[in-house]
Design a binder for this molecule. Sequence first.
Ligand SMILES: [Zn+2]
Length: 259
Amino acid sequence: MKLVFLGSSEAFHDTKANVSMVVLSDRNILVDCGYNVPQKVWQSYPDKDFLDAVFISHFHADHVSGLPILIMRMRQDKRTKPLTLIGPEGFEKSFKELYELVYRGFFQASGFPINFIEVKGGSRILLGKTELLFADANHLVGTQYFVPTAAIRINSGSSSICYSSDTVYTDRITNLAKGCDILIHDSYMPADSEYHKRMPAHSSPKDAGKAARLAGAGKLVLFNINRKFDKDIESILKEARQEFKGKIIIPDEGQSFDI
Ligand SMILES: [Zn+2]
């Protein structure tokens, strides 16, 4: 299995792309598709049939707003191969509404079959020989801003990756990530920042380190680091190292891992 980062940044960064990755196994899966992701897909994977599935972790613009664009280009390129779209509860309805808003009338005429699968904690999907497992993340739970958010684990042969998506620390994701080769975990703001007292919606690097340690992950990848803090990467890494002694990476765009 190969993992390629198209982006690993937060929603509103000046220059860096939204978190997104491509997982290549016997099926090719795009994980999250924010507003600046489609161009990165086209640059690296121009074949209209390249993707078998797209997983959208939740309905925030930096995770989903590029998807109508991606699908419209597949349509223009005359794709006929089916595409599987996977997302949390309510995803199909919300995505069709989004598509209708931005390209009125075109969803029904997409030209190729689109299969929706909605998932929640405990769901399991088999795509070819690639196994997808899910847990409920904890993203704005208990607030007026709540949106269902799914964490995903992808298993291929003896290789595995786990992606938390946007979340505060939760044992559900630690359990999903048990023994995985790479845990990709939200690390939005340092643990001592005021943010975590105000409206916790994301994790700190320390939370990510804790999740990796308790899960026994092989490596930890940090993503979603707030733009005010991503100039001082060493401090971010140092905080995560308080909890996790294994290798910790903040990936560059295009950086890949053979797992
Ligand atoms: Zn979010």
